[in-house]
Design a protein around this ligand. Sequence first.
Ligand code: KIV
Ligand code: NA
Length: 265
Amino acid sequence: IKRITTNTLREFKQKGEKIACLTSYDYSMAKLVDGAGIEVILVGDSASNVMAGHETTLPITVDQMIYHAQSVVRAVKRALVVVDLPFGSYQGNSSEALRTAVRIMKESAAHAVKMEGGVEIEDCIKRVLSAGIPVMGHLGLTPQSIYKFGTYTVRAKEEEEARLLRSNAKLLEDLGCFGVVLEKIPARLATEVSKELEIPTIGIGAGNGCDGQILVIHDMLGINKDFSPRFLRRYADLAEVMNTAFVNYMKDVKAGDFPNEKESY
Ligand code: KIV
Ligand code: NA
C-alpha cells in the first residue's frame, strides 16, 4: 500500500479532493480507521477528554501522548499519523518544543506533530520544522487556551480576531507547516482562508469550504453522547449498540446461558 505523506495531502488540495481525518488513541480503533482508508489519523490531546475523562485537554502528559501514539502507529499501514504536542510541552521556548517533538517522533514513530497557535509560537514551530519534523498548525478554537477564552463558543466572529486568524494562517504556511486545523470559526472565514492558502485546511466546526474535515472518533461514533455541538454529525449510535451487548451478556450470565456446551472445553 502506498503511504499518505504530507505531499499527498497537498496534491489532494490541488486536485480538489477533500481530505478525511479522524482521531484515534489506540491500536484496535486505529486499525479500523486506517483499514477504511481515512487519510489522516490524529492522535489528539482530546484523549485527555474521551480516554481519560478529564474536563479539558490540559492535564494530558507527553508520556501519555506517546503511549497513545505508539498504539496507533502499530496499527497503521497507510494513513499519515499526526500527534498533538500537549499543553505546556512546547510553548516555553523553541528548545523545549524541539525536545518534545523529537521525543514523540522517536518514541512513537509517528509522522508529524500538531501545535496550537500562530505568531506567539512562531519560534517553536520554526525550530521543530528545522529538524525535519512536519508540523500541522491549529487555529480558531484552540482547546489548550480554553481558560483564556472562558467558553467553547465560535471564535473569530469579530473583525479583529478574524484578521489575526488570517495572518496567522498565512504565517503558518510561510513557516512551512503542511496543513492547518481550523476549529469552530465561521464557515465564510474558513472558506476564505482555505482559498488564500496552498496548504490544506482541515476543518472541525468550520463549514464546508475547508480542504478536509476532522472529527473526534468517539463523538462521530456516538460513544460519547454527552457532547453534541451543532457541528457534530453522528455516523453511528455505538452507545446504544454497546449497551445492548452489555445487557444481553449480563442476562445470559445471570440465566446461566453463557457459556453453553459449544463454548466450553
Ligand atoms: O485533539 C483533537 O482531537 C483535535 C482535533 C479536534 C482537531 O485537536
Ligand atoms: Na487537540
